[in-house]
Design a binder for this molecule. Structure first.
Ligand code: AMP
Length: 428
């Protein structure tokens, strides 16, 4: 029994096996290409941060901080936490490295693993990968629209055709406190109709009730006052301009007045991306983000606005698989090098390096001694050509070139084999 547990990944965590890597790689490639185009610089922060970084910025009353952090004490007595999200660490890095002295805005992107102690279910893991984009030092709503456009572009490139972005504004410190009071008042009268969790949320952060998916809470939420009707003048203008930019870009957005996103550091614009699942499987949001104009001030002294978002790699992959999205095939390996004997092994090692320098991929099985076994392998790989190098060939300075389709074999001078293979691959 103990052994069985020993041989399994921890709950909610998974290996990314070789056959899965192509999905991660593809998403990474698209994200990094798009980041380059929009002039974002890559940043990677440590997997661990001081616990207070998250409790201060994300908010003590949030699910992430209350229930979902992997926190522990080090031998030196520090409380550290496996990062549950990427924005707070980047804000920390911005302050720590004096990035306010760089030309503003500072545009950063990342791609890495994140950790939340959640109840594992479809699309919800305890270790998952996110990519994210952050713009620090810009407060104009044109940036909000550009961030949404960037995520949209990534999903287009990934061939997710039915993406929809939900947007809302949650105001700022001028208008949100009043709205919170109004909402609390409304919910208090209906407390009996709310679920257990929402009764707690009502005390700590009534906005979070709007996030609840329980049917009975949904009924209450339906009639609740909407923040959009209570924005201050500046927030209303910011949101209006943001929507105008989205219109200009022709992005398929939907106003969702119940979208609040749970974290304390958000101000004004919030957004979440969804993709229709053909099987009706609920994978949840594939990306989300928003503006965080107070975050840097919460952590340091400077008043630096920010805007960004993050995409969930596993959820995107599950949609790609479900929709059986195919990408153009990668370059196939067309050459197998078989060898016989120690002398041939030595020459083969060098020959493989020469192939690599020429950019021609080649399969081999250097640890095998039987020619039959190697030819079987070459057959399995489906290569066009197999090169056979034995003791006799090495001594004569030649190599056998076997066409795997016709079965014909030719003797080629060893120092001519590279140009010969190049020529043949070009022809085909
Ligand atoms: P969030 O900041 O929580 O909205 O996270 C951004 C994106 O990461 C979400 O839209 C999801 O696609 C993904 N994500 C968040 N939490 C998880 C999780 N526990 N497992 C897998 N993906 C997640």
């Amino acid at each position: 029994m103990r052994k069985k547990i020993l041989l399994q990944t921890p709950t909610g965590m998974h290996d990314i096996l070789p056959e899965e890597q192509k999905y991660y790689q593809k998403i990474f490639d698209i994200v990094s290409e798009i980041a380059k185009f929009y002039n974002f610089q890559r940043i990677e922060t440590p997997i661990l941060e001081r616990t207070e970084l998250f409790s201060t910025s994300i908010g003590l009353a949030t699910d992430i901080v209350q229930k979902e952090m992997f926190s522990f004490r080090t031998k030196g007595g520090d409380s550290l936490t496996l990062r549950p999200e990427g924005t707070a660490p980047i804000a920390r890095a911005f302050i720590q490295h004096g990035m306010q002295n760089l030309p503003q805005p500072v545009k950063l992107w990342y791609f890495g693993p994140f950790f939340r102690y959640e109840h594992p279910q479809a699309g919800r893991y305890r270790q998952f990968w996110q990519f994210g984009f952050e713009v620090l030092g810009a407060k104009n709503p044109v940036i909000d629209a550009q961030i949404v456009q960037i995520f949209f572009n990534i999903f287009q490139e990934l061939k997710l055709k039915n993406v929809l972005v939900k947007v809302n504004s949650i105001g700022d410190k001028t208008c949100r406190p009043y709205y919170k009071k109004l909402l609390s008042h409304y919910l208090k009268y209906r407390i009996e109709e709310l679920c257990e969790n929402c009764r707690r949320r009502l005390k700590e952060n009534p906005l979070r009730v709007l996030d609840c998916k329980e049917e009975k809470c949904q009924r209450v939420i339906h009639g609740a006052p909407q923040i959009i009707d209570h924005l201050c003048e500046e927030c209303r203008a910011h949101f209006r301009e943001f929507l105008e930019y989205l219109e200009e870009l022709g992005l398929p957005y939907q106003l969702d007045t119940k979208l609040v996103r749970g974290l304390d550091y958000y101000t004004r614009t919030v957004f979440e991306f969804f993709e229709e699942s053909e099987k009706g499987k609920e994978v949840g949001a594939i990306a989300g983000g928003g503006r965080y104009d107070n975050l840097i001030k919460m952590l340091g002294k400077q008043d630096v606005p920010g805007m960004g978002g993050a995409g969930g790699v596993e959820r995107i992959i599950s949609l790609i698989k479900e929709k059986a999205i195919k990408w153009p095939k990668e370059k196939k390996v067309e050459v197998f090098l078989a060898q016989l004997g120690n002398l041939a092994k030595r020459k083969s090692l060098v020959l493989i390096e020469n192939f690599r320098k020429e950019g021609i991929p080649v399969f081999e099985s250097l640890d095998r001694d039987s020619l039959k076994a190697q030819l079987r392998l070459a057959d399995k790989f489906g290569v066009k050509y197999t090169l056979i190098l034995g003791q006799k060939e090495v001594l004569e300075g030649t190599i056998l070139l076997r066409d795997m389709v016709s079965g014909q074999q030719e003797i080629i001078k060893l120092d001519k084999i590279l140009p010969e293979i190049k020529k043949r691959l070009k022809k085909s």
